[in-house]
Write a protein that binds this ligand. Structure first.
Ligand SMILES: [Mn+2]
Length: 252
């Protein structure tokens, strides 16, 4: 029965040593293969690629097993939704054309079985970080995208790869939970709950899997696939955060 909804984020394909990114890609492909028969919808909530840019006629090399497996799911009837993350905000129309994927710029709100979901990659939300919020506006602007596109891909992708070596995903170990009063996505969710009812908030970006109760609601952070290999599944009744332990899913 094709009736499950799956959520994952922050694969950061391409970051780290070539071999480690390739191993990660193979783990993700095995997971996609595992879910392909009962998945109705698949939400990939940002930073799937450590860097992505679509030139008019050129896309970045690599990830062929991952893209092939996504195509297999799409062809089997899984509805794929791809969120722009802060690392892959320059996803344009390629995955819409190739996978019939829905591309989400910021948040997505929907209801399933009377439960209301709020989904967002998680970047630029909550208090503070004015510098990033400004940068996001600049990077997402048409002018900035045009400027990048006029460089030869060897130059543009070269800049991106050097930049990626200094990124958090490339260098940091596991993150620490700061507490319900300090985690900015929890603060953001609580602020939204003051105005509107939501049953579930699902974010990525934080690189720390967590599942916390809020006021009549819950917040799930999907973690990442460098250290945790975590994902969430909705079976129509409940939302569960899980670990993919190389073929043996367990509750997180
Ligand atoms: Mn990330």
């Amino acid at each position: 029965m094709r009736d499950k909804i799956y959520f994952a984020s922050d694969f950061h394909l391409g970051v780290g040593q070539k071999s480690s990114s390739f191993e990660r890609e193979k783990r993700i492909v095995a997971w996609l293969d595992f879910i392909k028969d009962d998945a109705k919808e698949l939400y990939l909530i940002g930073d799937i690629f450590d860097f992505w840019f679509e030139y008019k006629t050129v896309v970045p090399k690599g990830f062929i097993r991952f893209l092939g497996k996504l195509a297999e799911l799409a062809d089997a009837g899984v509805a794929i939704t791809l969120f722009k993350g802060n690392h892959d905000m320059w996803i344009f129309s390629y995955f819409k054309e190739q996978l019939n994927a829905t591309i989400i710029d910021d948040e997505l709100i929907f209801e399933r079985n009377g439960k209301k979901f709020y989904l967002h990659h998680g970047d630029g939300l909550g208090p503070g970080d004015a510098k990033y919020k400004l940068l996001k506006k600049i990077f997402r602007s048409a002018v900035c995208q045009w400027l990048f596109s006029v460089f030869h891909p060897s130059i543009g992708m070269g800049i991106a790869q050097r930049w990626s070596k200094h990124s958090r995903a490339a260098n940091s170990d596991e993150e620490q939970f700061l507490g319900d009063d300090k985690e900015w996505l929890i603060l953001y969710a609580n602020e939204l709950l003051g105005k509107e009812r939501f049953d579930y908030f699902i974010f990525g970006h934080r690189h720390l899997p967590y599942d916390r109760a809020l006021d009549n609601s819950r917040i799930v952070n999907l973690g990442e696939w460098i250290n945790f290999q975590t994902y969430a599944i909705w079976d129509g009744q409940s939302l569960v955060l899980k670990n993919w332990n190389d073929g043996h899913p367990s509750n997180f």
